[in-house]
Write a protein that binds this ligand. Structure first.
Ligand SMILES: [Zn+2]
Length: 422
């Protein structure tokens, strides 16, 4: 059997011997030690770790790399939306393309093989985010899979005409119906916003992905919509097709309040995508003491059986002035702040950036290091899977659909000079 690519001596599990991975026609043909078959290309992994390609389930490309144009001074969510709104009103197609490409290139270099992008769809920037992403989806098809969400950042009812733009976006080829139910003027409108999102999703038979509950607590009902979204998901038969980003307000609940919500999310098959870089940066800004960390309760959701994933969200803008589209870097941060300390916990966090993230964007049937799955693989310059998040190692090879897309050649020698003995 002639192979397209053979990866030799890779570590895929810390408790198993090294293995070879055979790839043909873009898929994994075999995973076993000592594969003896001719291959067009060979990667000598030499005991290094192979993981399935990293997945960013939530990324804003159209708003990336705006951090120096109009810096946000207060660091609140309201200010970030306002400042970005000013910049959005001046969005130009070539500039959006240029900044998006810079971020996509960063992501590819860091071993990301699939991205769900959330371009704003609103009366300020119109459909430029969707149009540019459609172009980039074709341009980057050999490097990564790109999904497009029609995301109404400015609200739907609050900003009349947005629903029509979302319909246009879906007709143009957007894949997912987005939502931003907190950005409405009342709880009644938040409910109508959610209803509209589901109505559109059903019309296009598309998944739902909403920015939900983005606050430090649930005092304002618009920031306590998880309960209603879970009900609606079940009512619409949408179990397994809904993802929610942020959901930070749940972090303010005590265990007794949280438990029934976790059970509801699990029953509705809703994926939670935590966005620690943004949530830590914007959260708890008004607290005068014991400043809250503004993060969804990752551990409780994970242990409660909810599919939890994480993502970068924003790269260098008013929502998050940092980032380099590196899922291992964000995973390292998440492991710190969510207190996932022991090796099995760190493997769980790595799973949130790979398998869980793939599930959150509906890729799980074709994803993973298993025979028959799409050959999207990253070889890391480290020797234990449990060290991937600690080392944040160079991605030595990235493989997308069986083809090598990135090769990192690095060399760092420490020069020790012998001291003179007197
Ligand atoms: Zn977002």
């Amino acid at each position: 059997m002639q192979l397209d690519l053979l990866i030799r001596d890779a570590c895929v599990r810390d408790d198993a011997p090294l293995t070879d991975i055979a790839i043909r026609d873009g898929r994994i043909a075999a995973i076993e030690p000592g594969i003896d078959a001719p291959a067009h290309e060979v990667i000598e992994a030499g005991g290094r770790v192979a993981i399935p390609g990293l997945v960013e389930p939530h990324l804003h490309l159209d708003k990336a790399l705006l951090h120096r144009r109009l810096p946000a001074r207060l660091g609140t969510l309201d200010e970030a939306i306002r400042v970005t709104g000013i910049l959005k009103s001046k969005q130009q197609r070539h500039d959006v393309l240029d900044r998006s490409r810079q971020v996509l290139d960063m992501a590819v270099r860091h071993g990301t093989v699939a991205i769900r992008a959330h371009p704003d769809v609103d009366l300020i920037q119109g459909l430029v985010g969707v149009e540019t992403l459609l172009e980039l989806k074709a341009e980057y098809q050999d490097l990564l899979d790109l999904q497009i969400v029609a995301f109404p950042q400015e609200g739907i009812l609050k900003s009349q005409g947005t629903r029509e733009l979302m319909i246009e976006a879906m007709d143009m080829g957007a894949d997912v119906v987005g939502g931003c139910p907190y950005n409405e003027l009342s709880w009644a409108d938040t409910v109508r916003h959610i209803d509209m999102v589901f109505e559109l999703a059903q019309r296009y038979d598309a998944p739902v992905d909403m920015h939900a509950d983005f606050a430090d607590d649930t005092a304002d009902q618009r920031f306590a919509a998880v309960d209603y979204i879970a009900q609606k998901t079940i009512e619409c038969g949408y179990q397994g097709r809904v993802s929610l980003g942020h959901v930070t307000s749940l972090g303010a609940l005590d265990t007794a309040q949280l438990e029934p919500l976790v059970a509801q999310l699990r029953e509705a098959g809703i994926s939670i995508v935590t966005l620690p870089a943004t949530d830590l940066y914007l959260g708890g800004r008004k607290d005068q003491q014991n400043q809250r960390r503004g993060l969804t309760p990752v551990k409780a959701l994970h242990h409660g059986g909810v599919n939890v994933a994480y993502s970068s969200n924003n790269i260098r803008n008013a929502f998050t002035p940092f980032g380099k589209a590196d899922m291992l870097q964000i995973g390292n941060m998440l492991a710190h702040v969510a207190q996932f300390g022991v090796p099995e916990h760190q493997l769980a966090v790595l799973g949130m950036g790979t398998h869980n993230a793939a599930r959150a964007i509906g890729l799980h049937d074709s994803y993973g290091l298993e025979v028959g799955r799409q050959a999207d693989i990253v070889i890391l310059d480290t020797f234990k899977v449990a060290d991937a998040l600690i080392d944040i190692p160079p991605r030595l090879w990235v493989v997308k659909r069986g083809r090598i897309t990135v090769v990192t050649q690095h060399r760092c020698d420490i020069r020790r000079h012998r001291c003179c003995a007197h």
